[in-house]
Design a protein around this ligand. Sequence first.
Ligand code: MTE
Ligand code: MO
Length: 200
Amino acid sequence: MFDRLFGDRRSDPALADRIPPGQYLTEKFPVLHYGSVPSVDLARWDIRIFGEVSRPIRLTWDEFRALPRTQVTADIHCVTRWSKLDTHWEGVGIRTFLALAGPLDSATHVVAHAEHGYTANLPMDVLVDDDVLLADTFEGEPLTPEHGWPLRLVVPKRYFWKGPKWLRGLELTTADRPGFWERYGYHNDGEPWAEQRFSE
Ligand SMILES: Nc1nc2c(c(=O)[nH]1)N[C@H]1C(S)=C(S)[C@@H](COP(=O)(O)O)O[C@H]1N2
Ligand SMILES: [Mo]
């Protein structure tokens, strides 16, 4: 029922400090999403930044892969209560990526768009942080299809649903617009340490 290391790690006080209320640790990497894994053709794939920007952009896969890259080590927390510590991601940092499009001061929020119409919303000041990236690599390997290949957003400071797999665009907006799970009763902010799971 529990992972092999569950007991050991949980009783380690240094690790207990890193597990938000109501979460348990897993060593596995559960797969969780609504709907089916999309089949993606990299030759036709693109990633866009649009909305409140001075230069809307659209990058091909090769163009995306040519951007300066970064690595992030982060703890991730799913609202279904599993947490995973020290996950390693590689890709393009959010600041590097957004700078290509020139966000306008009027941009207060973002809607992240994925294949099949999945969306997640975030305030700009949560999105634009040192640990947020567009990740194509997990633990040194390309993402697997079920974990979001070719690209996903990773926002460690929020429940993991705020990080769409199969990411295709960031839309900067002048107002907050609830995303997929947020419209189904999940909390608009989704901050794990405040246990913001569901809306009131
Ligand atoms: N496109 C898309 N991204 C998604 C989801 C989804 O349903 N569709 N589910 C989210 C949720 S609730 C979680 S916990 C994580 C799970 O990522 P994993 O399957 O790689 O563990 O993906 C998030 N990103
Ligand atoms: Mo989740």
